[in-house]
Ligand binder design. Structure first.
Ligand code: ATP
Ligand code: MG
Length: 399
């Protein structure tokens, strides 16, 4: 009866699941020597006396921004342990989007029981100063996915953190690293980049097929039973994930293929395993980078669709066009013609943002096209678009 349990975790293919875990950071990042050296050079203030460093890291989804920063922080914490106490605090700003939340988060790393509410950000900042000074430690504060924070609350929090030593005898308490997906920061916050200094901006290029192959190989060597995968399998995984250059996708494909093989009671991953799991991966993450790369009017049409799909399961083409015009009016932009809008809709379908379906009209008078959105919550996407659209319009009007 319970034979199936013998196959799961039997170690036929996966020997060490921990290397597939979300938290695992490889001790050597594959093919990023130059980039991590650049980061260290931007952050050299961290290991000197009375100084600090700042850096902005941008790159597409899965280009290794988080992994590289964590690697760097852990390496400096260890390497300089005898000379200087260094501690990194990594904050993911997806859910920490206001100044008080950032400050609360920092305080919690010193004092778990610090009261949640009731303090204004001025008081919180004073507490942070006091707590940080008491520790006699240099802090590297990493604000990951910082675009969420910048959009919601502006950049004031960054400058307050950078000025933490103002008026104090000793300097160099805090260094700051900002991380964001490339296009988001470029569109919205080029002012932040220029105030940080362009030479402190590290751009990570997406991985090419060879880079992804090497990353998949490293993970396979760590996690899988020797002999359970071939070079051909790794090549195919690299190829399947190369359109986005996303290392996370390559690693997920490797893990999913290994699981599929193991679940079937086999010992060697086949091409069929990889193809089966690749075909179930959505091509583009709706919540990822791609949404930001859409042209402005495509975003407006998308917002129109999302608003209707908040209340209905599908929307017909004619209504998309009507609602698109309403949204154009709302943002005071001139709507594009029917043919252009049509082109944008086709592109959204191709990218898997929306799905389309045709139904024959009653009496055989042609067909109607319906759109639906099975891959994401329309309200979430709408929220994101409502932030992006005005920012792009503002940016365009500055040009
Ligand atoms: N050079 C590399 N060598 C080995 N593993 C890597 C490398 N780059 C990325 N990875 C792995 O790929 C996955 C995705 O990387 P990471 O989370 O750092 O991407 P990211 O750029 O922060 O993406 P996002 O924009 O979605 O936050 C992680 O599991 C990470 O360990
Ligand atoms: Mg990340």
């Amino acid at each position: 009866m319970s034979d199936y349990l013998d196959r799961i975790g039997a170690g036929l293919v996966i020997e060490h699941t921990e290397y597939f875990s979300f938290d695992y950071i490889p001790s050597e990042l594959v093919g990023r020597d130059k980039e991590i050296t650049n980061l260290a050079s931007m952050m050299r203030g961290v290991f000197e006396n009375n100084s600090s460093g700042r850096a902005i890291i941008t790159g597409r989804v899965g280009s290794g921004k988080t992994a590289m920063t964590r690697r760097f922080c852990t390496d400096v914490e260890k390497k300089f342990a005898e000379k200087k106490s260094i501690k990194a605090i990594h904050i993911n700003c997806r859910n920490v989007t206001t100044k008080p939340q950032v400050f609360q988060h920092l305080i919690k790393t010193f004092d778990e029981r610090h009261p949640e509410r009731g303090l204004g950000s001025g008081e919180l900042l004073r507490s942070i100063r006091r707590l940080m000074r008491n520790e006699n430690t240099h802090f590297i504060v990493v604000l990951d996915e910082v675009d969420h924070l910048l959009r919601r609350s502006g950049d004031d929090v960054l400058y307050q953190l950078l000025r933490i030593d103002e008026g104090e005898k000793t300097q160099g308490t805090l260094s700051l690293i900002l991380i964001s997906q490339e296009n988001v920061l470029n569109v919205l916050e080029s002012a932040v980049i220029s105030r940080f200094g362009r030479s402190n901006h590290l751009r990570l290029a997406p991985y090419n097929e060879e880079g992804l192959y090497n990353i998949a190989k490293q993970r396979a060597e760590l996690a899988l039973v020797p002999g359970s995968y071939s070079d051909e399998i790794l090549q195919l995984i690299a190829e399947s994930s190369s359109s986005n250059g996303d290392a996370r996708l390559a690693i997920e494909l490797l893990e999913a293929s290994a699981k599929r093989c193991e679940n079937a009671g086999r010992k060697e991953i086949t091409i069929k395993d990889v193809n089966a799991v690749s075909s179930t991966q959505p091509q583009v993450m709706v919540d990822g980078a791609a949404i930001e790369t859409l042209p402005l009017h495509s975003m407006i049409a998308f917002l129109a669709i999302c608003r209707r799909l908040n209340k209905a399961s599908q929307i017909v083409t004619g209504d998309v066009e009507k609602l698109y015009r309403v949204v154009c009016e709302e943002y005071e932009v001139k709507p594009r013609g029917h043919t252009t809008l049509w082109k944008y809709l086709k592109m959204m379908v191709k990218c898997n943002f929306v799905m389309s379906r045709y139904t024959a009209l009653e009496g055989g008078r042609g067909r109607t096209q319906y759109f639906s959105m099975p891959h994401a919550l329309p309200s979430d996407v709408a929220k994101r678009l409502e932030l992006l659209i005005p920012a792009i319009i503002r940016n365009n009007s500055k040009k």
